[in-house]
Design a protein around this ligand. Structure first.
Ligand code: UDP
Length: 354
């Protein structure tokens, strides 16, 4: 059996690393990796391949720095060429990026079966590029691997039981990654303050809206006066902050460069709480038993909010500050609930494809 894996962005490298390990432990599967090039810098791409021992991609399409249409269009064209040459049995796509929809669409038009890992998630905010990519990818996938029961139910509500596809609840590959790499955690080489809050901001809905961006960073500056905020700065956020004239020199925030996953796991293990707009980090906070404040108006990981592990703050300065105060005090949360499976999602996915 031959699988073509299409990946291009940081969270997809982590997910693909988990599934690649499951493939390596199974006989009779050849995997061809296509890197679309969406993320290409050393600390947003190479470090993940090195640290997580992901095989070097056979194809590197090097498509980046373009608008959504041009990026997705170029990916579609190049992935189609690869698929015509490789003739795989399956194309495996992850999550909700432009690489995801481009991989799925190229395959489907060639009548190659599509498997979507992280299917069924919905934020119900169709203005998010991620939501558009998720919905369209799900609709043309042959197997939908869902990380949660909520995701399965979302698909059922949309009538997926009546269309020609299979739905499988596998648990979340990010849980597999957290369990497997926790022991390999690496302290960042840069100085990290004690008792810090870990923060990431990179969503377009925040970075591309100067008011939201300013509100969020006002809150982070205020929180920093009490609890040091360590923020691995995404290149997009850096560019947008620079564009609005952000005063990095006098900032109280502890900015660092983006880190590899092993350093991220160390930061997650050692922080007091998490502030983020990332999808992956909301769950990782939970995997590492840390409360999380999500700086978005909605989340697709609703079970975290329902169980009190995650608090939605939007881009509301006062609310972010108030919630940071709240989670600094012990919330007595029970992190032993298994909301995302048993850490064997990668194996389940490969068993099912076989
Ligand atoms: N991550 C990382 N280094 C960083 C920032 C994030 O390894 O400097 C990891 C993070 O732990 C998570 C994944 O990248 O596993 C999530 O990526 P991101 O927030 O870019 O995307 P999202 O999850 O929102 O799709």
């Amino acid at each position: 059996m031959k699988i073509v894996t299409v990946i291009g962005a940081r969270p997809q490298f982590i997910k693909a690393a988990v599934v690649n390990r499951a493939i390596a432990q199974t006989n009779g599967i050849e995997e061809v990796i296509v890197h679309t090039g969406q993320h290409f810098d050393t600390n947003m791409s190479d470090v993940f391949f090195e640290e997580m021992a992901i095989p070097k991609p056979q194809y590197n399409l090097n498509i980046n720095g373009l608008g959504h249409g041009a990026m997705t269009g170029q990916m579609l064209e190049k992935i189609e060429e690869v698929l015509i040459k490789e003739k795989p049995d399956w194309v495996l796509v992850y999550g909700d990026t432009n690489s995801t929809i481009a991989g799925a669409l190229a395959a489907k038009k060639l009548h190659i079966k599509v498997a979507h890992v992280e299917a069924g998630l919905r934020s119900f905010n169709i203005d998010m590029p991620e939501e558009i990519n998720r919905i369209l990818t799900d609709r043309i996938s042959d197997i939908l691997f869902c990380p949660t029961t909520t995701a399965v139910n979302n698909l059922k509500k949309e009538g997926y039981e009546n269309i020609d596809c299979q739905i499988k609840e596998t648990g979340d590959v990010m849980q597999d990654a957290a369990l497997f790499y926790a022991e390999k955690a690496k302290k960042p080489t840069v100085e990290i303050p004690n008792a810090f809050a870990l923060c990431t901001v990179h969503r377009a809905e925040n970075t591309d809206n100067p008011t939201r961006l300013r509100n969020i960073f006002s809150a982070l500056e205020a929180i920093s006066k009490k609890t040091p905020v360590v923020l691995p700065l995404h290149p997009r956020t850096k560019a947008k902050l620079t564009a609005i004239g952000y005063d990095f020199e006098n900032s109280a925030i502890h900015f660092i460069s983006p880190v590899g996953y092993l350093e991220m796991v160390w930061l997650l293990s050692n922080c007091k709480f998490v502030l983020t707009d990332s999808g992956g980090l909301q769950k990782e906070a939970y995997f590492f038993s840390k409360p999380c404040i999500t700086m978005r108006d909605e989340t697709e990981w609703v079970e975290l909010v329902e169980n009190g592990f995650n608090k939605l703050a939007g881009a509301d300065t006062e609310r972010i500050i108030e919630l940071a105060q709240q989670v600094s005090n012990n919330l007595n949360l029970d992190f032993t609930l298994r909301l995302y499976g048993n850490g064997d999602a990668g194996e389940m996915i490969i068993k099912c494809l076989k």
